[in-house]
Unconditional design. Structure first.
Length: 361
């Protein structure tokens, strides 16, 4: 009997502990609590922290997150307005503002995230399709790029003459504005089920293979144009330097030639003056001067095996004749011949085999 009473008392104690433990629950600062009884909501959601009471065994505690929640969408391929296919990966921040309505519509976070996927994905497609690629890539239209001073004025891409390297193309809205448009369009659709959409952002925008190839081609074209511009500037600078060098060289040569001619003229004038002074000092000096000049001429025109056609009254003929008379070797007889019809000479011409003169080269 005592054993039976002890077992009954123990079971009763366990039952009392279980009942009392099922009657109380705690609410944390970071959560909403909704009590359901056989699937129906009982009372209002509990959002303030503390110890709460519920009916044991028939009431169920449903906890919902009060803090900001993260939604990370899957990458989707979307065509832009200019028919460029890009892969867009978005994320959002949201929170539960009406726990009761949220619980009625979704019951749990998984269902809510699926709904976010549908709404945000649809609005993202619409926003991307309404704008060109440059609008999605650029942050906003007020952005000012850092420009390399050496690249100013260089043409970029296929729009040669219009688009410049370091100058961003003009846009209407920009990526920040497009993100705001997505948020503004999706927020009203999520407000009814008790969700507040706080922010939407593009996490990653990747080009498709076709677009990526075009981007690489444009980058290559820009680099080639920059290189060509530097080569052109280098060629122009080289031409300028060579032109200056040629000008300076011509100037130096002209100055040197001028100085040479001046010195030569001064020397000739001085030599003429000396000659005049020397030859004017004696009555026989002019004749002697004429004789020296004749010798110089003779030394210049007469060489080994030289044949001359001279008139008999020329000074050179007389000089050769006088030289032959004074030579220890008898000269060859004169070969007289009539002058050519075109020649006008005052006396018959003679072909004289001339021996090498003394001092001749």
């Amino acid at each position: 009997m005592k054993k039976l009473f002890g077992s009954f008392a123990g079971a009763l104690g366990v039952l009392i502990v279980a009942v009392f433990s099922g009657c109380f629950f705690t609410v944390k600062e970071t959560e909403h609590v909704i009590i359901t009884r056989f699937g129906d909501i009982v009372g209002e959601p509990i959002s303030s922290p503390g110890l709460r009471f519920k009916m044991p065994f028939i009431d169920t505690v449903n906890r919902l997150e009060k803090r900001l929640l993260n939604w990370d969408g899957s990458p989707i391929t979307i065509p832009t307005k200019d028919k460029a296919y890009i892969s867009v990966d978005t994320f959002a921040r949201w929170r539960i503002t009406d726990p009761k309505q949220f619980f009625i519509r979704f019951r749990d976070l998984r269902s809510a995230e699926s709904r976010l996927e549908d709404i945000l994905g649809s609005e993202t497609r619409n926003a991307i399709a309404r704008n060109e690629l440059i609008e999605i890539v650029r942050t906003d239209k007020n952005r000012s790029p850092v420009v390399d001073e050496t690249l100013k004025g260089a043409a970029s891409g296929s729009d040669v003459g219009t688009t410049k390297i370091g100058t961003l193309p003009a846009i209407r809205v920009g990526r920040a504005k497009i993100e705001e448009e997505i948020k503004s369009a999706a927020a009203p659709k999520l407000k009814d089920p008790g969700i507040e959409l706080l922010d939407v952002r593009f996490k990653r925008i990747n080009y498709e293979d076709e677009v990526l190839e075009r981007v690489y081609q444009r980058m290559t074209s820009e680099r080639l144009q920059i290189a060509q511009r530097f080569r052109s500037e280098g060629g122009a600078e080289a031409a300028r330097i060579n032109g200056n060098r040629e000008r300076d060289l011509n100037e130096i040569e002209s100055t040197a030639y001028k100085q040479v001619q001046e010195l030569r003229g001064a020397a000739d004038a001085e030599a003429s003056r000396i000659y005049a002074d020397a030859y004017g000092s004696n009555a026989a000096a002019p004749e002697f001067y004429e004789f020296l000049k004749s010798l110089e001429t003779f030394r210049t025109i007469v060489g080994k095996d030289t044949t001359l056609l001279l008139s008999t009254d020329s000074d050179i003929f007389r000089l050769l004749k006088d030289t032959s008379r004074r030579s220890p070797v008898a000269p060859s007889p004169l070969l007289l011949a009539p002058p050519p019809p075109s020649a006008v000479v005052p006396a018959p011409a003679a072909v004289v085999p001339v021996p090498a003169a003394q001092g001749a080269p």
